[in-house]
Ligand binder design. Structure first.
Ligand code: SF4
Length: 227
């Protein structure tokens, strides 16, 4: 397993925004900010000067990206599982491993990815329980675990993910009740739990989800909720 040393921090620079059409692309940052910066509707680069990054810094970023790719290729291809060591990639912002044939458990170490804004593990053959440690993902906005073979109950710790916008747990084999803690997710816009074997009542605390636009629980479906 390749690891990063202290002298070689696992972070490469990313800009603050990217076009939706490039959501799944790797972008290497060559410039910073906007050379025009006069569009009145655009707050993104206000107070920030345009600059061109030094070639050496860009090359260093490319080397870091190469190491990330090596780690993923060496480990995921060889075992069919998600390597726990991915949790050491502390600068990782997006982990897209969807629609493969990954099997085994979701490593609890993924909860260490404090910079991760998107984790897509959907469309695999992952099994076992959802690790409560995923409740430590301090920056997560999209958590897609749907269309796997996950069992056990939904960890109440997911109610700690206050930055979460999309939570897709549908089409697994989850059991137990819906944790009332999910009602703490003030930024949650989409919650999909259908296609599981959940039981009990829908917690009234879900009525606190003031940002919720789309909720799907089993055969129950409401869109554009006004809560
Ligand atoms: S100010 Fe904003 S919208 Fe206008 S060109 Fe620059 S980045 Fe684009």
């Amino acid at each position: 397993m390749k690891k990063f040393s202290q002298e070689d921090p696992p972070v490469f620079e990313q800009g603050p925004i990217r076009p939706p059409s490039e959501a799944y692309s790797l972008l290497i940052r060559v410039t910073r900010n906007c050379p025009w910066n006069h569009c009145s509707f655009c707050p993104v680069y206000k107070q920030a000067m345009f600059s061109i990054r030094p070639v050496a810094h860009v090359k260093n970023d490319i080397d870091l990206v190469h190491k990330y790719v090596d780690i993923l290729r060496d480990n995921i291809d060889g075992t069919g599982g998600i390597p726990p060591e991915l949790g050491s990639l502390l600068g990782l912002e997006s982990l897209f491993l969807f629609d493969n044939q990954l099997s085994g458990d979701i490593p609890p170490e993924l909860g260490d990815l404090a910079s991760a804004r998107a984790i897509y593990l959907n469309g695999n053959q992952l099994s076992g329980a959802i690790p409560p440690e995923l409740g430590d993902l301090l920056s997560i906005e999209d958590l897609f675990l749907y269309s796997n073979q996950l069992t056990g109950s939904i960890p109440p710790e997911l109610g700690d993910l206050l930055t979460l916008q999309y939570l897709y747990l549908n089409d697994n084999q989850l059991t137990g009740s819906i944790p009332s803690n999910l009602g703490y997710l003030d930024n949650l816009q989409r919650l999909l739990l259908n296609g599981n074997q959940l039981s009990g009542v829908i917690p009234r605390q879900l009525g606190n989800l003031s940002s919720l636009l789309y909720l799907q629980i089993g055969k129950f479906l409401r869109q554009d909720l006004s809560l």
